[in-house]
Write a protein that binds this ligand. Structure first.
Ligand code: G3P
Ligand code: CA
Length: 280
């Protein structure tokens, strides 16, 4: 049936009005506040998991630094992401086969830029001494499958600092290894612990997880309003990782996550438009 142009005009105008109202409500909706967590330190600006990256995170005003811990051959907790040193130092070999003396000889900064050639792989204790109380510490336990003593040693080390006045609220521990998180929580119930998730979330596990984890640290691609709503029913805070683009910050804020783990800081002012374009 033929409909004249003038008869179609009201429909077009109402459609346009709806579109404008939707866009305005999107643009004007309130942002959810979130804790900012520097992934492996401010790793966009300085070599990951080094004192330089942690200091940069402090300078940028992050709330927490995230970093990874592993055990050396001589059972010291060292701060490094990979199981071996090849990618982020001038050396070779697995951390578990190297002593602290050998590890401390390695240049952990030149791979990123020559100006960081003095950076060394830090010990957990060095990070606690230099940054404990200045910025929150989110510690990821790596390799705990092969090194079960890591969890106990981490708990003992953190408790030593807590006994000396470091507030437990400035510490958080997370891992992909659920059994180790359970163990950590039993050893250090005053320190908030969380489960890292990189596969689709299964709500059937939430009840069990909630007995020992207070937050879920989730690959941002797996998050939706619905899953966050369900997780919050069980009392979890939701952290999202790893945000690398400015528009993603606002996407995460719209979802209502509690914390955002990112390589660089959120530059809110210039990302609103990017988010809008991306959503369209
Ligand atoms: O904190 C989340 C994130 O650190 C997990 O991934 O590989 O960077 O340790 P990864
Ligand atoms: Ca990590």
């Amino acid at each position: 049936m033929w409909v004249s142009t003038s008869a179609r005009r009201p429909f077009f105008l109402s459609f346009l009005l709806c579109l404008i109202v939707s866009l305005l409500s999107f643009i004007l909706q309130p942002f959810q506040p979130f804790q900012s967590i520097a992934h492996r330190g401010a790793s966009f600006y300085a070599p990951e998991n080094t004192m330089a990256a942690f200091q940069k995170a402090v300078d940028l005003g992050f709330d927490f630094i995230e970093f990874d811990v592993q055990l050396s051959k001589d059972s010291q907790l060292v701060v490094i992401h990979d199981a071996d040193v090849q990618r982020t130092t001038d050396g070779v070999g697995y951390i578990r086969n190297l002593t602290i003396k050998e590890i401390k000889l390695l240049d952990a900064g030149s791979w990123f830029s020559p100006e960081f050639s003095n950076e060394r792989i830090p010990l957990l204790e060095e990070v606690l001494q230099q940054f404990g109380g200045k910025i929150g510490l989110l510690i990821e336990m790596k390799s705990s499958k092969n090194q079960p003593q890591l969890t106990k040693l981490l708990s003992d080390t953190l408790m030593k600092y807590v006994d000396n006045g470091l507030k437990p609220s400035t510490l958080k521990v997370q891992s992909f290894n659920i059994n180790e998180i359970k163990k950590f929580h039993e050893l250090s119930p005053t320190v908030s612990s969380g489960i890292l998730l990189e596969k689709p979330l299964n709500i059937l596990h939430f009840e069990t997880y909630s007995q020992y984890a207070s937050f879920l640290s989730v690959n941002h691609q797996l998050l939706s309003k619905s899953i966050i709503h369900q997780a919050k029913q069980y009392g979890f805070d939701i952290y999202s990782w790893t945000i690398k683009k400015q528009y993603q910050f606002l996407m995460m804020q719209r979802l209502g996550v509690n914390a955002i783990i990112s390589d660089e800081e959120c530059k809110e002012s210039n990302s609103r438009l990017l988010t809008l374009i991306f959503q369209l």
